[in-house]
Write a protein that binds this ligand. Structure first.
Ligand code: NDP
Ligand code: MN
Length: 398
């Protein structure tokens, strides 16, 4: 076993049907004025936005609503939200929605918390610039209310942001952005339509399988990952087929949380590293779709070149997915690709890059983007990867 350091920033999770009602009491602990960050329509359309505002006001909080977040949120969206938080003197930032809204809330909390009188941008804090600004305890407190299962963002210390100008999609990483409280209300999550359930659910699977084989894994994160993988195989197809299957929704929300915890100490690896440039170059491709198109070829690459431990872990995934595994060989490990493909079939997400209009001429730029923005996941991959390897894998995923 490798030596390891296990770390989980303070996490306070309020889980279950109706838990949105606790938002006011929780937010009040952090101040009087809240910036509520959401996407443009879903939470409003479903009536949850109004409820959330009411719960906050009932506890005496003043609420500013910033409802401009889009999928793959940009630097500009973060900076505009931060300006509101600064001008209105907000004490706490509430991210309400999927990963995009929660990540934007975290990033706003960084920018607003470090404001000292002159305009700053979230990009200055990203690893994409030379000498990034440190993220400190000045970061405003964040509360996350997750509406997807999902990105694990409600319990993780990551936040993603896209720079449209440089076409880089980057993870901001700091324990200070980890939400102080996360609310996981199954009533909200159950409103996800089937296509969103499948895309976000496969993101969970990608986090779990990647964190399991990652060079940054350890026996504690392995434990989360193996249990999470079991839950996804069983409950994601059920949640996809019937959104009102509450048992399936609850278990997917648990899997999402386990994956978020795994992400804190372990790291995603090659599929995530390759998926970010896809969405940076083709913003209409959702994160989960990009992962679905890339994962199987990355798994094959890792098994072909992987060491004994990596092969054994892929065998575990195949076994949990229902295959008989007689020995921990590369041949047996390849069955993990079959179980992942079977899962993708069940959730109608067996896609290829060409389905999204991805063009080979962009591969060189996408590889450069991967190496500039996703060095951490590339280095966490259990097998060394070169730029040529990544181009080959993009080609095979077409
Ligand atoms: P998004 O937050 O992007 O939401 C996708 C869409 O689903 C939006 O149109 C949203 O509508 C809608 N929606 C959300 N919840 C519901 C619901 N309950 N019912 C109906 N519609 C709903 O999706 P994800 O959660 O997948 O987040 C993806 C983002 O998170 C990406 O940018 C990805 O890179 C990032 N990410 C972050 C990680 C982290 O650790 N921080 C890890 C992995 C990914 P509307 O916009 O109107 O609200
Ligand atoms: Mn992800």
């Amino acid at each position: 076993m490798r030596n390891f350091r296990y770390y989980l920033p303070a996490n306070d999770i309020i889980f279950g049907s109706g838990s949105l009602s606790s938002v006011g009491v929780e937010a009040k602990r952090f101040g009087k004025k809240a910036l509520l960050v959401t996407g443009k329509s879903s939470m409003k359309r479903l009536g949850f936005l109004e409820k959330c505002v009411d719960f906050l006001k009932k506890e005496g909080l003043e609420v500013e609503h910033y409802g401009e977040v889009i999928s793959n949120p940009t630097v500009d969206i973060v900076n505009r939200g931060a300006r509101i938080a600064i001008e209105k003197n907000c004490d706490v930032i509430i991210g309400f929605g999927g990963g995009s809204a929660i990540d934007t809330a975290k990033n706003i909390a960084v920018v607003a918390g470090h404001f000292e009188g002159k305009d700053i941008s979230i990009w200055e804090f990203s690893g994409a610039v030379e000498n990034p600004r440190p993220i400190t305890s000045k970061t405003l407190p964040v509360i996350a209310i997750t509406s997807t299962s999902g990105t694990g963002s409600h319990v993780s210390r990551f936040a993603v942001v896209t720079n449209e100008k440089t076409r880089e999609k980057m993870g901001i990483l700091s324990p200070f952005i980890c939400p102080k409280v996360s609310i996981v209300d199954i009533d909200i999550i159950s409103c996800m339509p089937p296509s969103l359930t499948s895309k976000t659910g496969f993101d969970v699977m990608a986090h779990l399988t990647e964190c399991l084989v990652s060079r940054r894994s350890n026996p504690i994160t392995d434990f989360y990952c193996l249990k999470g993988v079991e839950l996804v195989f069983e409950y994601l197809p059920r949640a996809y087929r019937n959104g009102e299957d509450l048992e399936a929704r609850e278990n997917m929300a648990i899997a999402d949380t386990l994956a978020g915890w795994a992400l804190v100490t372990s790291r995603p690896c090659l599929p995530h590293a390759m998926s970010h440039p896809v969405s940076a170059f083709y913003p209409e491709v959702d994160h989960g779709e990009a992962l679905a198109a890339l994962t199987c070829e990355c798994v094959r690459f890792n098994i072909e070149r992987g060491d004994e431990e990596t092969v054994r872990k892929y065998c575990e995934i195949a076994r949990i997915g229902g295959k008989n595994i007689n020995s921990f060989t590369k041949e047996e490990a390849l069955k993990s690709i079959d179980v992942i493909k079977e899962l993708l079939e069940k959730i109608d997400l067996n896609v290829r890059l060409r389905d999204f209009g991805v063009k080979e001429e962009d591969f060189e730029g996408m590889v450069r983007s991967a190496f500039s923005t996703m060095r951490g996941p590339i280095e966490a991959n259990p097998v060394d990867v070169s730029d040529r390897d990544i181009i080959e894998l993009y080609k095979k995923s077409m």
